[in-house]
Design a protein around this ligand. Sequence first.
Ligand SMILES: Nc1ncnc2c1ncn2[C@@H]1O[C@H](COP(=O)(O)OP(=O)(O)O)[C@@H](O)[C@H]1O
Ligand SMILES: [Mg+2]
Length: 371
Amino acid sequence: MNAPAAPQPAAIGVAVERVGKRFRHAVKGMVYAAREVTLDIAAGEFLTLLGPSGCGKTTTLRMIAGFETPDEGRIAFAGQDVTHLPANERGIGFVFQNYALFPHLSVAENVAYGLEVRRQPRAAVARAVGEVLELVGLAGYERQFPAQMSGGEQQRVALARAIVIRPRVLLFDEPLSNLDARLRVQMRDEIRALQERLAITTVYVTHDQEEAMAVSDRIAVMNAGSLVEIGGAEALYHRPRTRFVAEFIGRANLVDALALGSAGDRVEVEALGQRLAVAPGAARAAAGSRWLLLLRPEALELAQPGARTDAIEATVKSRSFLGEKVEYLVDCGGRTLQVVRPSLGGAPSFAPGERVGLHVLPGAGTLVDAQ
Ligand SMILES: Nc1ncnc2c1ncn2[C@@H]1O[C@H](COP(=O)(O)OP(=O)(O)O)[C@@H](O)[C@H]1O
Ligand SMILES: [Mg+2]
């Protein structure tokens, strides 16, 4: 048996405090790429920065890495200020979207590089390289060259190279964007499993909300340089506070709602011409206040008109059969709503042009800030 591997260093927390970074824009002058970003990342946590292209994810990640220096604010690893510490002294592993492998080096040489620049003895390097290649499922690939490998294999090499130095913090910038859909799903599961096994504090950047939900302990949603909301996937999906998060994570029907009063942990609202009891969301909804009611497509049901009481009148605009589910667009008083139903054989089905009764599942829906 091999000698036991050096123990994994204990996971550390990362604090990002009111960090800002400006760049010169050709037309607009100095513009914030990230502004007042504050993140408290727990030891061993998998945190994802999620948001549309250009919202400041990469800039924030590169400041954590030490590739960019913040103009404002402070970054600490394990309570120690690293704001001005060079990247190679922070103990980070970084995985790039385009793999960034050395094309003229073999797999083993690519992975060994980070250890060799740290002047580790040859035998220890060889053993460490063998171990991490095994971990990422590339045992036996030592002498291959990047150009001989698929995109997924190259990204595994990049991952091996990032973890071989036993980083304190592992950073990923859209690592799966160049892979096809099936491989993306497989690789994201592998990344998450490896991260849990090694218990390395991880910051992961993606613009793909499904990927973020699949891998993260918490998701920090960014928009236009600012952090909008942070939380677990289920909390952000079911109880977003902001319209931006309601629309960016999952699909949203947002309808005007008037708060009528509270009943227990529910708020009575008037929406779509009905009285509904919904979750209050983050804020207290005073009687008479106006909100947006978030209804996820799977929280809506369709029935024959008149089959049940309290039906909201609607007309089917389109129906798409997607295998495990059926998606409808329905017109409801001039407003288009998305409805998703599980596609069980024998379940009632409705055709475009058909009049239907629309029902909100009991307990579904949450109030979101109206702006
Ligand atoms: N080196 C740079 N010089 C000038 N502008 C930059 C630079 N890096 C990023 N930006 C700008 O900052 C904003 C945020 O960029 P980025 O952090 O790359 O966003 P994201 O990764 O979310 O797509 C964008 O408007 C981008 O054009
Ligand atoms: Mg980016």
